[in-house]
Design a protein around this ligand. Structure first.
Ligand SMILES: C[S@@+](CC[C@H](N)C(=O)[O-])C[C@H]1O[C@@H](n2cnc3c(N)ncnc32)[C@H](O)[C@@H]1O
Length: 627
């Protein structure tokens, strides 16, 4: 291993220790590369370098959409005060929580202690258990501090159309959904089937969040991560972001591209042995293509955040500068200083060198130095040019690990200042047609069950549900969809907002119904998931009028519109009683006469109780009468 000064430190078994050697070589490559880039001043180097070997503090953000968020914020402040007053125990003293000053409303906190120590130190076991519990119940979300920055900058508002181009595993999408006001239901709430009746869910339908990732398995991770937000306006798509279908425009785009990730070396020291300058260079064309497509998908006046957890200028400034050149009349960089007061950051670099991989310690300073036979692999866009100041590259920001005890990160924020030029538009149309033809060819290979309107697949089922729950037939007809065209095989029924519906109706599975010459912007999306599940089939052993129950996620949305099987309850005792019902209870054993009578008069199927008492207001309980 290198010592903290970056010199080779000898260990007795070094020659035999292959793993150590590979780590050491990675560290040496990193050191040579970034010293050459003059990422930090010479006198700062040791501080920067040493920090890379210190584990990261544990950080989390508090979900503002969670009913316990106010309580949690207050608790963090109390903990801060309490820990500050404890004197004798070092591990406790050093774990004083502190709020991230740049995060709005003091909703993000760090403990001055790594996750590993928090796990191991017995004195901190209660704190550790508490954090794990709060994390699994969705009140807090553990995330590296710098990785919380892009959603903070995007400042999404209800009504926004948001695209997260490389979204998996979804920590930033979760933050975006939380900011949009999507309701976040805790595991505990799920267990007891209690949910908040959220009136604003009606008003936020106009929002749209498309979470995309090119890796299908990681799209499934996205579904898992995001399902705690009961949200009719989310779509998860599976595209290479650089080829994301053009047509629909977004006013907020997150472009958190795949990168070499050397800003995460503190969290994942394993990366040292895989650290090569080539990684960043090889990713540069993909990052450039994704960002270009992002800019093309942006509405005029819309904002896009480009981010990487890499320190490497070829993945950062070089990509941003090239996009500014190629879309010079349409986009510009935004100065983020005012949005991030209290955050220490460095301005975008205006000079860097490109690694010459033919030589161990060689660098090119300009494109002209690249031999002709290697120019195919080393594009000119990797190099700094004289125009960087004019392009405003200093508006990009780089967060260095030693400045405030974080990981490394890079961010550039763009605004679309004018519409696409005719040229860009022609090219996009061409891309679109190519994508359409290609998707047509491969569509038979994709086992993608298309979304179908329930009204088309099985209108009598729709009518049964509408009648049974007292729901408006027209509303259901407009929003309910299922993923089969076989009337007899409908198991899950989803509620999709208008915009989500229009996306899924343009999906690969519906390809045969699309045409490219349609001015209505038809293009095939590959939809993995959309909207919110509301009903599912039950295989009943007893007689039911409607064999479809209301599922947990969809209940707040559906309950608001039900005129049957919905009871308002004031008595707080009933609430406490229902919370503690385990599994099945006999109606005759219910100690509350009103509740008992009401259930006796209700036929089998889902029933929803809404609570009106001050302390339980806006919560509801979903129960099944099973016989
Ligand atoms: C840096 S991670 C994104 C992290 C994510 N934004 C979050 O906060 O949880 C990059 C993601 O990009 C995906 N990816 C890689 N190449 C892609 C491409 N061409 N188009 C879209 N996604 C891609 C990877 O599967 C990976 O999930």
């Amino acid at each position: 291993m290198l010592d903290k000064q970056g010199n080779g430190a000898s260990t007795d078994n070094r020659d035999n220790d292959c793993a150590h050697n590979t780590v050491e070589r990675g560290q040496q490559r990193f050191k040579t590369y970034y010293e050459e880039q003059e990422l930090v001043d010479e006198e700062e180097w040791n501080h920067f370098w040493n920090t890379l070997f210190v584990p990261l503090p544990a950080c989390f953000w508090i979900s503002q959409s969670h009913p316990s968020s106010t309580r949690m914020s207050a608790l963090c402040k109390q903990l801060e005060a309490y820990f500050s007053s404890v004197e004798e125990v070092d591990s406790i003293k050093s774990s004083i929580p502190y709020p991230l000053k740049w995060f709005p409303n003091e909703l993000a906190w760090c403990l001055n202690i790594s996750r590993q120590v928090l796990k191991r130190d017995e004195k901190l076991s209660k704190l550790h258990d508490f954090i794990v519990e709060q994390n699994s119940s969705g009140v807090i979300n553990r995330q590296e501090a710098v990785s919380m920055l892009p959603p903070v900058l995007l400042q999404v508002q209800p009504g926004d159309k948001v695209l997260d181009m490389c979204a998996a595993p979804g920590s930033k999408t979760a933050q975006l959904l939380d900011m949009l006001g999507a309701k976040n239901y805790s595991a505990a709430e799920r267990q007891v089937c209690t949910i908040r009746l959220s009136k604003d869910i009606v008003d936020i339908h106009e929002s749209l969040v498309v979470a995309n990732d090119s890796n299908l398995k990681r799209c499934w991770m996205l579904i898992h991560q995001l399902k705690r937000f009961s949200c009719p306006y989310i779509v998860i798509t599976n595209h290479e972001a650089q080829k994301f279908p053009v047509g629909m425009r977004f006013n907020r785009i997150l472009c958190d591209v795949p990168c070499s990730g050397d800003g995460t070396l503190r969290k994942s020291p394993d990366l040292w042995k895989r650290w090569y300058a080539d990684t960043g260079m090889n990713l540069h064309p993909l990052q450039l293509a994704i960002l270009l497509r992002g800019c093309d998908l942006l509405e005029t006046g819309g904002k896009l955040v480009y981010s990487t957890c890499s320190l490497n200028p070829v993945e950062n400034e070089a990509v941003v500068a090239e996009v500014l050149r190629r879309r010079s009349t349409q986009i510009s960089l935004i100065n983020v200083d005012n949005l991030l007061s209290n955050l220490k950051f460095r301005r975008g670099l205006t000079s860097w060198k490109v690694k010459n991989n033919a030589e161990e310690f060689g660098f090119f300073t300009c494109y002209e130095e690249v031999p002709l036979h290697r120019r195919k692999k080393i594009p000119p866009s990797l190099f700094p040019k004289d125009d960087l100041k004019d392009l405003g590259i200093d508006k990009c920001i780089r967060i260095l690990p030693h400045d405030q005890d974080t990981g490394g990160f890079f961010i550039a924020m763009f605004e679309k200042v004018s519409r696409d030029t005719q040229d860009t538009w022609q090219k996009l149309r061409f891309d679109k047609e190519k994508a359409y033809m290609k998707t047509r060819r491969i569509s038979r290979l994709i086992s993608d069950d298309p979304f179908e309107r329930l009204s088309t697949v099985n209108i009598s089922l729709l009518k049964t549900i509408a009648y049974f729950y007292g729901l408006d037939e027209e509303l259901l007809s407009n929003h309910l969809m299922t993923r089969t065209s076989d009337a007899g095989r409908v198991r899950r029924i989803y509620y999709l907002s208008e915009q989500v519906k229009s996306i899924v109706e343009n999906s690969v599975g519906n390809l045969d119904r699309l045409t490219t010459d349609d001015d209505n912007e038809k293009y095939p999306y590959r939809v993995v998931h959309g909207g919110i599940r509301c009903f599912e089939a039950v295989d009943c052993k007893y007689q039911v009028e409607c064999p479809y129950r209301i599922v947990f996620e969809g209940a707040p949305l559906i309950a608001l519109r039900m005129s049957k099987r919905l009871e308002y309850v004031e008595d707080e005792e009933v609430w406490n009683f229902l919370l503690h019902v385990k599994d099945v209870i006999k109606i005759a054993e219910i100690p509350f006469i009103n509740l008992r009578t009401s259930l006796e008069q209700t036929s089998p199927g889902s029933v929803i109780f809404c609570f009106t008492n001050e302390s339980t207001k806006d919560y509801l309980v979903r129960m099944e009468r099973v016989g």
